[in-house]
Design a protein around this ligand. Structure first.
Ligand SMILES: [Zn+2]
Length: 587
């Protein structure tokens, strides 16, 4: 039977590509020409399920044997473009044979799908001028959904996505050097759990404030439908301020900053208001109790805040700058007090043995904000040590702040900037971007990830590659960089081996079961919207991934299951990188 042969062929190419439903549809319905809506999309055709900008490259991928493709309009199935697929290329990271369908020449907006004779049809997608604006809105608004200490309600747009105020009480843990209540209400839940961690809060909030500083004109008008909307301050700043409020409360009277505020152990999969575990401010367990990485991170973030909020709230900007300078002074006195979980505490550790890069970052941000000589000389004394951090992407993570230190210096417009330092940072960043672009072009999935990048949070690494390319483009405009940055976004939104959009409730085929307590409390058919999954992780640190076949290629070590915290958790740090990448696409 012809259709059996077809299936056998498909099996040989990409058995794991096809869902049972798609295989059934192919068996029963192939090869009749079918109207949209009566044929299941096949996972063998990979598109960005949000879409493609009208004036940019437009490429879909096919992991099944075929010759040609048609681009059809969903409203009437009319063919608007057709072309030939490129020859298949083997991708060792997924085990797929991949062909490309390039329809960049299409210059009309609309909603389309790809039809590949012998294979089937793709999920639908849009082509238009500002195609990622709604995805930016959802991704940025997801921070509101992570708010702690207040009632949250996504409103009629996402009816039932709400919870009463959570974590309204806190106390000092024995390790903090203090005793008694310390409520510290506010902030964002860090990830799938309800902890709040200074170090990860720092990098996430900084990325959002940079998003504002770099892409502000395109974001200013976008309302996030949060309680502060319409107060005269742009909503991205309103949302970031919710977390800044908590970060500032974590500073002790001496200027030092406690490392985290969490329960001793993770709660069950319950809604945040049902979590009654004592919420504790946790320190290093011995004098001076606060950690240098947390303190320097606050200094850096509060210094950015002093710049960003100044036009909207001078008093808050002054308060932030004062906190930053006090934190800086503390970190000078205690240059490397590191953190380990004290006995009996098993929540996230965010341990980092070297806080030197955090201190240089703080100096750079404080100098950029104030121009003061003490920060400038500290930066100039130390920046060269951090230059190699720009050479081997992915360049940054919550524990590697060298790139942010260097980039903020190079992005500053201060007249007293050292031209040699700026030149070195620019040259190194642009050279690294060139390497990333070359790798992205050579990769059959057009993603910047290398085989070794499929680790915990690999989707965040893809977003960070995008961020790095966009920063290179700010330093020296180059469409190669912005195209490769967008390729990483296409990967996250469905142009990947699973044909899965890794952002909840975005695209026709998005992941369903994040490791995210509010989504897993049993009340919602769909997870909370706009959240990025951690993504494939060949290190397999959870029991779900451990049982995948030993020969599974690295980019396929992923499971859309709640229990797979090592591949399917959400987290504010990679969420912030996604927001930056999306913001860079807006006009
Ligand atoms: Zn909470």
């Amino acid at each position: 039977m012809a259709s059996s042969l077809f299936l056998a062929l498909l099996n040989a190419w990409s058995a794991r590509e096809l869902s049972v439903a798609a295989a059934f549809a192919a068996l029963v319905l192939f090869p009749a020409a079918l109207a949209h809506g009566t044929e299941y999309a096949t996972l063998a055709i990979k598109v960005d399920q949000v879409g493609y900008p009208l004036d940019g490259p437009k490429v879909a991928l096919v992991a099944a044997p075929a010759e040609s493709f048609q681009l059809r309009r969903t409203s009437d199935n009319s063919i608007v473009f057709q072309g030939r697929l490129t020859p298949p290329v083997s991708d060792p990271d997924t085990g797929d044979l991949v062909q490309a369908a390039d329809f960049s020449a299409l210059r009309q907006p609309g909603i389309f799908y790809l039809q590949v004779p012998g294979v089937g049809r793709s999920f639908v997608f849009s082509v238009n001028g500002n195609v990622f604006e709604h995805t930016y809105y959802l991704a940025m608004r997801s921070f509101y959904g992570q708010r702690c200490g207040t009632a949250v309600n996504l409103g009629s747009e996402f009816s039932g996505y709400s919870h009463p105020a959570c974590h309204r009480q806190g106390e000092f843990h024995l390790s903090s050097g203090a005793i008694g209540p310390r409520n510290n209400i506010g902030g964002w839940h860090d990830a799938g759990d309800y902890g709040r961690y200074m170090v990860n809060s720092g990098v996430s909030t900084a990325t959002l404030l940079w998003t504002w500083e770099i892409f502000g004109p395109a974001l200013k008008h976008i309302q996030l439908k949060i309680p502060e909307s319409g107060n005269g301050t742009p909503d991205i700043l309103n949302e970031a301020r919710w977390n800044l409020g908590w970060m500032l409360k974590m500073q002790d009277g001496d200027g030092g900053v406690w490392h985290k505020q969490t329960s001793a152990n993770f709660s069950g999969f319950i809604s945040p208001d049902a979590d009654m575990l004592p919420n504790e401010v946790i320190g290093t367990g011995s004098f001076p109790y606060k950690s240098t990485c947390a303190t320097a991170d606050l200094a850096a973030v509060a210094a950015i805040a002093a710049r960003a909020y100044k036009p909207y709230d001078t008093k808050f900007a002054e308060r932030a700058l004062q906190a930053a300078t006090r934190a800086w002074a503390w970190a000078e006195q205690y240059p490397n007090v590191t953190f380990k979980n004290p006995p009996g505490v098993s929540t996230g550790e965010y341990a980092d043995t070297n806080c030197g890069d955090e201190r240089v970052w703080a100096a750079a941000e404080l100098w950029r904000t104030t121009g003061e000589a003490q920060y400038h000389s500290f930066f100039l004394d130390h920046y060269a040590e951090l230059l190699p951090s720009l050479d081997s992407p992915p360049m940054e993570n919550w524990n590697a702040m060298g790139p942010k230190a260097l980039w903020t210096y190079a992005l500053s417009t201060r007249k007293d900037a050292d031209t040699g330092a700026v030149r070195a940072i620019r040259a190194r960043t642009l050279a690294a971007a060139k390497v990333i672009v070359a790798h992205t072009r050579a990769n059959p999935y057009h993603v910047s990830l290398k085989s070794s990048d499929y680790v915990w949070g690999s989707n965040g690494i893809a977003a960070e590659y995008g961020m790095e390319l966009l920063i290179a483009n700010v330093l020296e405009p180059n469409p190669d960089d912005t195209d490769a940055a967008r390729d990483n976004l296409h990967y996250l939104l469905g142009r990947n081996t699973f044909s899965l959009s890794w952002v909840t409730q975005v695209g026709e085929h998005s992941f369903q079961h994040p490791h995210h307590r509010p989504s897993g409390d049993g009340k919602h058919a769909q997870p909370w919207p706009g959240l990025l999954s951690g993504g494939p992780n060949a290190n397999r640190q959870d029991d779900v991934l451990k049982v995948l076949p030993a020969d599974t290629p690295p980019a396929r070590v992923y499971s859309d299951q709640q229990a797979s915290y090592a591949s399917n958790e959400v987290a504010i740090n990679w969420q912030a990188s996604l927001v930056f990448l999306l913001a860079g696409q807006l006009k």
